[in-house]
Design a binder for this molecule. Sequence first.
Ligand code: ZN
Ligand code: ZN
Length: 370
Amino acid sequence: MQVTAAVVRETGGAFGIETLELDAPRDGEVLVKIASSGICHTDMHARDRYQPVPLPAVFGHEGGGVVAAVGATVTKLKPGDAVVLCYPSCGRCDYCARRDWTYCTEGRRLKHGGARADGSTTLRRVGPGGAEVVHGNFFQQSSFATYALATERNAVKVRADAPRHLLGPFGCGINTGAGTVFNVLKPAPGSAFAVFGAGSVGLAALMAARIAGCDPIVAVDVRANRLALARELGASHTIDATAEDPVARLKAITGRGVAAAIEASAVPAAFRQAVESLAPRGTCCLVGSARPGTDVAFDMPTLQQGRIVRGIIQGDSEPDVFLPALVDHFMAGRFPIDRLVTFYDFADINRAVADAVAGTTIKAVLRMPS
Ligand SMILES: [Zn+2]
Ligand SMILES: [Zn+2]
């Protein structure tokens, strides 16, 4: 079928809107009419080829919308179902066998390989000279398009009454922040929580910490507008890291330090501060997406006090269970991700990406033409 998609043709290049041909769904695949797609920094990492992706390619990995058609063997979904598209996994490796799907040994290839698991491609540009392969299947979705081909595994059915244009961002950044709190940190009510980096991942974590009953909840950032929003979303304290030392202030607020900290800024200095702000036996989770070659240093004795530093992908979430629960929190008014979102028309994707990179938006979301 014909689809409209945003194509990157050169490393670091602009997104160009093109008309492409997309395969019909095969066994185990789901065709989704995309209502909206969030923009995540991993899309820019791919555009700039910090991950080795083949070009030309269609990126986008926070798609949400409605199932338009399903492949022959699909049983989980049917046309008309509202879905959030999330990260892919193979379902067969030893990590998948123990439900550690976010660390699937095939995950990198399924996200960045530009093709299906079997290596076949799904997108073509048809011109007078023949058909040109365009690489899709980014995170097994390539959601910067009017339709996306996903797999049954990474398409999650959610309640039909949730606003379709807000479904996209649940699939990656929001899942990552909230999942890190609910699935990994599992903070006790009344325990001290800090998030370094009040972007969409950090603020999703903050909202989750509020649901979990953490107190105090402290947001650290360098932008006044983000700190103001963090206060509105439940932060009891905010720290402007350009104006004061976050570690000293957190110790002053909490006494011994925080039980749980999240590093969501991808800035090495902030990561170090997040670790240094932990109380003994505290845990710092790294979710910020730093580019390869980014080093961080700690004072080794810091970790001797029973402190844990852990990297997390996709909030360790089990998508079919966790994402519908997050949408329920949103619908109940406890998890207002709409407060983070700025919408852009699909045609304005380059402006949306520029704003996301500059940090002038918190969560840029593309709305597809209906
Ligand atoms: Zn992402
Ligand atoms: Zn696997």
